[in-house]
Design a protein around this ligand. Sequence first.
Ligand code: SF4
Ligand code: SF4
Length: 127
Amino acid sequence: MNPTERVFYNCDKCPAYCCTYAAIPVNKTDIKRLAKHFAMSPKRARERLTKKGDTKGERVLRHRKDEHFGTACRFLDPESRQCTVYDSRPKICRAFPDSKRCGYYDFLCFERHHQDDPETIATTWNF
Ligand code: SF4
Ligand code: SF4
């Protein structure tokens, strides 16, 4: 997507639904970038920061407990809801939602409007 194109979502107002996906896949380049960020070897980064995915050879980011969604990516700051490795985040995180709209954000706005609560973190969803 053209970075100058107008988008209809605001990640700063969102609790980061996209960072709570159970399986956020990473490739070798992503792991190398994270390894550099933490000044560790790619092998160590692969072991410490990722785990096996569902498909053969796939690696996904490790999660940790999250008060709102059960678990979330280990790099999500639980308070600010911001990515703590933003400049080193995986390719898939950079690309998402790859559209002018984010379905999660549309849902959030819908819930905030209907609950008349601009702060609510809508977690009772079932996509
Ligand atoms: S779910 Fe959508 S709006 Fe929320 S942080 Fe992710 S991309 Fe941004
Ligand atoms: S690396 Fe950052 S942007 Fe990607 S899922 Fe984790 S917290 Fe979200």
